[in-house]
Design a protein around this ligand. Structure first.
Ligand code: TXA
Ligand code: MG
Length: 353
């Protein structure tokens, strides 16, 4: 494959649309595959109207073709070309949360996008990212950009440009490197149920509490992470995502019992010669003696844990951890998204002690 281009965005106080971004935007317009940062994770972008370009996304990622892509735009005014009339509730949510990590599933207009983007569904998930570089790039490209997370399918999403290179070097045309992403977990994906209902299809950067506060009269429900997913409403929910190479177990319960359980399990695995890893909160990291104990930061600062999670999972792969245990957090605020991703990384191996 051809060598890929890496554009490094310069200091934050400089004009964002330097020659680098112009070149990246031109490549997108020409059907190129360009990874770029957003406030959540790095995305792998292509012109959402071009079937040839979008097909390359699925190939580069090794992504199943029945899993639709999120479309990114720079301005609300781009929406009318892409979607059919939608409930007022949707515009209220856009007023409150765009730009930001909220993907809203809306009825798609015929022929507006490549059918590969929507995987044949009558709807499309759309968001305006809250990231200066991403917005400058989208603006300059001037077209809707389909962008899943820029990882190989099944790997943790990339929160650093280095993660994108690890997974996709040689498979894509370019990468805009603007350092670490913000939230560290993907956007919240919602669909609307009439004028007053919101269904959370994937918890993420915008919390349920924030949604409820913005529209107090709305009914909000969510697909439980432990529900057997017979007919998933968001196709991506049925795939094992974010899986580390080692076997990960998520341990829930009273913190003391959790610590004791993980400690014993890791000790036994070490005796059997296995490389062990623990993902723990700062408050308890010192109590573990596994080969690799990684801190997710303080239990009182779950935003930090969200920001660190994917890099930590990649680090455990890097050191060849074979058995991994993760402490669980509460599910308030961003904790819901954090536990959703950890449960998925664990392939739903959840132990209650
Ligand atoms: O934060 C994010 O959302 C990142 C950045 C790059 O924007 N993107 C991202 O894309 O996470 P991806 O492709 O990894 O995840 C898209 C999720 C999947 O779970 C997919 O099933 C769901 O959104 N989705 C997309 N379109 C949908 C639709 N029309 N109906 C239901 N779910 C949809
Ligand atoms: Mg993804």
């Amino acid at each position: 494959m051809t060598t890929m281009k890496v554009w490094r965005v310069k200091q934050a106080n400089e004009e964002p649309l330097g020659p680098e971004l112009r070149e990246a935007a031109a490549a997108l317009r020409d059907g190129g595959l360009i990874a770029f940062p957003t406030e959540t994770v790095y995305g792998l972008g292509a012109d959402a109207r071009s079937t040839a370009a979008v097909e390359r996304i699925f190939n580069a990622k090794g992504r199943p073709s029945d899993n639709p892509l999120i479309v990114h735009i720079a301005h609300r005014k781009q929406l009318d070309e892409l979607v059919l009339p939608y409930p007022k509730l949707a515009s209220r949510l856009m007023d409150c949360f765009w730009p930001g990590p909220l993907t809203i599933v809306l009825p798609v207009r015929d022929e507006a996008l490549s059918p590969l983007v929507t995987a044949g569904l009558p709807t499309v998930g759309i968001r305006i990212p809250d990231h200066r570089t991403a917005l400058a790039l989208l603006e300059q490209a001037g077209c809707p950009i389909a962008a899943p997370s820029a990882n190989r399918s099944g790997r943790p999403s990339p929160t650093l440009a280095e993660h994108v290179l690890e997974d996709l070097e040689g498979r894509i045309d370019g990468l805009v490197d603007d350092g670490p992403t913000g939230v560290g977990l993907e956007s919240t994906v919602i669909e609307l149920d009439g004028e007053h209902g919101i269904r959370i299809l994937r918890p993420g950067g915008i919390t349920r509490e924030a949604l409820q506060q913005a529209v107090p009269e709305a009914r909000i429900d969510s697909a439980s992470i432990e529900e057997p997913e017979t007919a998933p409403r968001s196709p991506g929910m049925k795939y094992t995502h974010y899986a580390p190479q080692g076997e990960l177990v998520l341990v829930q319960g009273d913190p003391e019992a959790v610590t004791a359980y993980i400690h014993e399990q890791a000790k036994a695995a070490s005796r059997d010669g296995e490389v062990t890893g623990v993902l723990a909160f700062e408050e308890r990291v010192a109590q573990y003696s596994a080969d690799h104990v990684l801190s997710l930061g303080s239990e009182a600062e779950l935003d930090d844990a969200a920001h660190r999670l994917y890099a930590a999972l990649r680090e455990l792969d890097g050191v060849g951890a074979e058995r991994i245990w993760a402490e669980s957090s509460g599910e308030q605020g961003i904790g819901a998204a954090l536990m959703n991703r950890l449960a998925k990384a664990a392939g739903n191996r959840i132990v209650r002690v």
